[in-house]
Structure formats: structure tokens, C-alpha cells
Design a protein around this ligand. Sequence first.
Ligand code: 3HC
Ligand code: NAI
Length: 707
Amino acid sequence: MTDSSTAGAAHARRDEDILVITLDHPPVNALSADVRRGLADAIQAAQTDPDVRAILLVGAGKNFIAGADIREFGKPPKPPALPDVCNQIEASTKPVVAALHGAALGGGLEVALAAHYRLALASAKLGLPEVNLGLLPGAGGTQRTPRLIGAAAALDLMLSGKHLSADAALRAGLVDTLAEGNDPLTAGLAYTRQLLAEDAGPRRSRDATAALADKAAALAEAAAAGERIAKTLRGLYSPEKIVDAVRAAIEQPFDEGLRTERALFLQCLDSPQRAGLVHAFFAERETAKVPELKEGKARALNKIGVVGGGTMGAGIAVSVLDAGLPVVMVEQDDAALERGRARVAQVYDLLVKKGRITQEERDARLARLTGATTYDALNDADLIIEAVFEDMDVKLAVFAELDRVAKPGAVLATNTSYLDVNRVATATRHPGNVLGLHFFSPANIMKLLEIVVGEQTAPDTVATGFELARKLRKTPVRAGVCDGFIGNRILAVHRQAADMMMEDGASPYDIDAAVREFGYPMGPYQMADLAGGDIGWATRKRRAATRDPALRYVQIPDRLCERGWFGQKTGRGFYLYPDGARVGTPDPEVLAIIDDERRRAGVTPRPFTHEDIQRRYLAAMINEAANVLDQGIALRPSDVDVVFLSGYGFPRHHGGPMHYADSVGLDRVLADIRAYAQEDPAFWKPSPLLVRLAESGRNFASLNQAA
Ligand code: 3HC
Ligand code: NAI
């Protein structure tokens, strides 16, 4: 092979009569300006080079191309634009082949669709995930994809953002052939030679007509997708634009369709939702950058112990078994152990029933679970997660036992929701081995894992927690020790703000509706009914003795709990769930109880608009989040965002509470809090950090950069 040119991050070399263009821009060959320029120059040079008969595109490293360079969004555009580069590839007079491996996503797939032939290796994952970033495929993807695979399949790909395997892509018609092995260069050269031997010339996606031949049927598919998104992707901006772009692909000539796509893409690019979603993308990738990982290395993780087989212990066991690791579960007695095992089996049985896993997979996972009623069974576990009752004395007793049986260097973790991890560590002789691993319910599904670092937790213990998160495919966020860590501490405060609004005149149904309107999948009272009111009630009773008497205490939730109305599981809570219904209906008796409580508290109810509700709810959340940051409980504002996005259903397109606060302006948030403080100065105390930032014209994002 001879080097004919190297340009930026795209190298062009000749292999006999094939020009191989290698995209080489670690880590994922994102299409930044240098890559686009190098690619465009190489394609252009090939057109007039008499020694080149065909062009092969490959990616260096583990991927073909992961898409446009997301870091460039929102900055002044640099030429050449990606749609132009794609058009240039498609216009090539010499056949262009793309050999795909690893990620061929977004703009990466669009480059491949502009090529004339596509081959995929087994490692390839193809997709147009722009919707997850508030965008649409903006380099011809909305026009070429429907022409190749039809409107319905193209819409499915673009609206779901899902990745297709090489096999699935072949079946869909996105690629022409598959190849064995993991070297795209070897496979690509062989395929290109075969095409040359067959005298295959350029074959342009823009000219493909069969998939959209039945215009009326294609338009009906677009209309159906439009109706679906109105229900399932409520409030999102780019899905509608994707449907509009596909309509253009059906109705307009190719070049006009491209212009429509461009206009729609720019509208998405300018939208606040795009900014929020891109923020979320990077925020999630920042959380694993913590100081301890520079100081300590993860210890081995070959066997995991779980103490407690209740709701959380069983869910954690499933999560670990899913990751391929063996689990030892320890319970109090045989009956409790059997219940724990049954909980785990129940999760897998449901997955088999839904066709998500096979019976053999279920059996293999369950075979990795062993159980015991004595702690000695944990003596070869590398990491043990305690998930027993939320009671300090019980936890101290368990940790004393763990200290006795655990092998040297084993990491001991507590899944406590609120309790003091430093105190739990005092029950052991090795507090450096102790940390909090706070999973969220259901633990096998929820992505968030708060990694709670105590005063004495050793860096390699922290690193082991992060390594476990990686193995379990969780999103880890480092938290310091305080009551409730990051998420539950902040939640307690905005839930209190909601309760105060309820007593002051808003119904729980108004509050839930306003919170849903903001983009949450459910409101705080629907959530409380789902989680079970008894959990919060037990916590409130535990804290009753230490409650600050200056703080207002709304008793409405206690009145419901006293009646045994714990939510869905008891058939009523804030809502009624007749006959096991999963969606609740408003309950006039609850409204009557609220009226009684207002009278008892001497409150004259006043109206709240949805906007009033949203502003108070979010102001309380943002203010407490600022305290959490100021006290070093969270490392950076974007970590708080990730906690709320992956653990509490905060609408992703708003980017998280900190990003949202920046987008509305910290002055406005502070002004709201100061106005609310006129009524209730004990609750609405502006966070010192919020005041400092707002008064110096800074925002939370400025702290991300500093972190
Ligand atoms: N642009 C810029 N940086 C990117 C990037 C992109 N498209 N994709 C990934 N990165 C960065 C990540 O931020 C991370 O950086 P860091 O190491 O500094 O934190 C690094 O690459 C590695 O990424 P991951 O940690 O996510 O690595 P994984 O191996 O877990 O996943 C991946 C790889 C599946 C490619 C995943 O990164 C991914 O999904 N990337 C985004 C894909 C995407 O959304 N593409 C569409 C972009 S929009 C577009 O193309 C518009 C076009 O239509 C015009
Ligand atoms: P649970 O009541 O469902 O389960 C607790 C289990 O621990 C029971 O099966 C009990 O038999 C067992 N147990 C008690 N003492 C034991 C001992 N000494 N040795 C072995 N097993 C013992 O409780 P849940 O909901 O699973 O909570 C467990 C922990 O997880 C608590 O600390 C809780 O705060 C925390 N948590 C709970 C969440 C939730 O949503 N339920 C979310 C995140 C954390």
C-alpha cells in the first residue's frame, strides 16, 4: 500500500487501484472540521487521479464514525459542512464503499448512506440517534434513509434513536453485505475488489425509488408516526421535525428535500431542548471523573455478596447476575431467604414471559445465585452490599458481622437511603473499606448509582464502587455523606414545597398535572403512591423528634397513612386505584381531608396556576441543590443534573435542574426565592452559593468548568 496523502484526521492511502480513506480521530472518529476537510479533499483528489478506480472509507480504532462532533454544536460553523461532504461523496464518479465496524451512528451513518455500497462487520451498530440530542439527521439522513428502506422503517430508526446490529441492518436494507472478522480494511478491500471485478459503478441513494414508490402509503406511514409521537414523545421538539423531513423526502425532489432537511435541522439546533439534551449527554460522561480514581485502582470484583433479599436486595442481586457475576445472598432465616430468591426468580420469569430472555438464560442467571442464613458464606466475596432494614442499629450489627467474616480487602457497602455512612463504618475495623452504594428502585432497571464516599473511605474502595457501576452498566455519581445524599436530600425539600402548596390551595392533582406539564412522566403524588406512602411515613416518624420546630410541617400525608392509604398497593393513596388499576383517579375524600387540614392549620386556600406550581417546585429543588454543591456533597452541578435525570425522571430535554436554572437565569430563580421568603423565611432561605453566583452574574455551568 502506498501513502498518497495525509490530511488532518482523514488519511488517504492507495492500495493498488483503490483509494483507502481512513477516518482517524480518536476516540470515536467524530466528524469534526478537520475530519470533514480531510475527507472532502481526499474524495476530490480521487476524482481526477487516473490510478484510482474506487474509494474505500474505513474508521481507525474501534468505530467507523460516531457522528457529527457534538462539541461543535452551538459554536460558529466551520466549513466544509457535513451535508456538502456527503453530497460530494455521493456525486463521486468512482464507486465509494463504506466498511462499517463499531459505531456507525448519526452523521457517521449518513456518510455511509452517501457512499455507493455498504458492508458491515459483526461489531457494527448502525443508527440515527440524533433525536436523543434534540436533533434530526441533518446530513441527508432524513432523505436517503426513507429512499433506501421506506418511510416506516426510516421513521422508526430516527424516532427511536435505536442501534441496529449488522444483521438487522442487512435485513432492513441499510447495508448490502456482511463480512467476517474484525478488520474493516481487509474486508472492505475484498468487497471493493469484488465490486470492481463486477464492474459495479456508482449507485446513489438519492436515485433509489422503489421504497417510496407508493407515495400515498408512505404519507400514511408518516401521518401514523406523527400521531404516535403526539402520545409517546409528548413535548419534544425534534420528533415532529423528523416527521416533517420524511414528508419532504416523500413529496419533494431530492435536492429540495435536502434544503427542507437543512432548515428543519437548524431550527432544532437552535432549540433549548437541543442544548439541554447535549448537556445531558456530556454530563453523563463526566460523572466518572472523580479525584479518587486518580489515586486508587479498583480491586478485583469476581464475587458479590448481598445482605437482605427484600425489594432492594433482590433487585441488586438481579442487576449483578445480569452482569454475569455470581451472587451470595444472606437473609435472616430460611423463609426470608426463600422469599428473596423468589423475588429474583419472579423478575426473570417475567422477562421470559415477555420474550426478553430465554428460559436457558434465566436458568443460567439463577444458577449463579446462592443463598445462606449465616454470614460465613460471604467470606470469599470481593464486595458485599448491605440492603437490610433502614435502621442504624440493625445496620451496625450487620457491619460488625461483615467485618468479622469478610476477607481482607473486601469492600463493604451500604445501600442506605439516608443514614450516616461514617457511622456505619465505625462498626468495622477497616472504615477505609466502607462506602455507600445507593441503588434506586427497581434496582435492576434504574440507571443511577450514588457512590457515597465517607470521611475514611479509601480511594481504591471508591474506584471499586465505580468499577462495579461500570460492570452493572449503571450511571455512577459521587456523593458525600449527608442525610439523603444528593438525590433524596433535594427531593425531601421540593416535596416539602409541594406539600406546602397543597395545604395552601393547590390540589395534589393540580400539582401532579403541572409537574407533568413540565415534562416529568409523573407528578410527586403519583410517585408517592407508586413507591408506597408508608416508606416516607416511617422516615417522618423517625425524624419527628429532631424536626426543626421553626419549619412548617404539613400533616396531610400523615392523615392518609393513618387510614392505611399507602398508594397503589393498598388500592388508595392520594388517588383511588379501584380493582388493582395502575392509573389512579382523583379521590373526593382526599380533597375533603385536605380541606379539613387547611382549616386545622388556619390556612385560607388560594389559587395556584400551573406556572406558579412549577416555579416553586423547581426553585426549591435548585436552591437545595445549590446547598448540596456548596457543601461539597456533589462534585459539580452536572452531577446533580445526572442524579435527577437518571434517578428521578427529571425531563431530559431540560438538561437537569442546574442546567435548567442556568437557562432561565439565576437572577430569576433567586428573585422567586426571595419573594417566597416573604411568606415563609424559615423554609425559603436563599442558598449562599446561589446568591454568590447570581450576584456576580455567573451560572452553574461556570462551576462545571472549574470542577
Ligand atoms: N462527538 C464528540 N464527542 C463524542 C461523540 C461525538 N459524536 N461521541 C462520543 N464522544 C466522546 C464522548 O464524549 C467521550 O468523551 P470523553 O472521553 O472526553 O468523556 C468519548 O467520546 C467516548 O465516548 P463514550 O464514553 O460514550 O464511549 P462508549 O464507547 O461508551 O460509546 C458511542 C461510544 C456509542 C459512540 C457513544 O459515545 C455515543 O453514543 N456517541 C454519540 C453518538 C451520536 O449521538 N451521534 C449522533 C451525533 S449528532 C449528528 O451526527 C448530527 C448529524 O446528523 C448532522
Ligand atoms: P425490605 O424491607 O424490602 O427488605 C429488607 C430485607 O432485609 C428483608 O428481607 C429482611 O428480612 C432483611 N434483613 C433484615 N435484617 C437482616 C439481617 N440482619 N440480616 C439479613 N437480612 C436482614 O427493604 P428495602 O426496601 O429492600 O430496603 C433495604 C434498604 O435499602 C434500606 O436501607 C432502604 O433504605 C434502602 N433503599 C430502599 C429503596 C426503596 O425504594 N425501597 C431505595 C434505595 C435504598
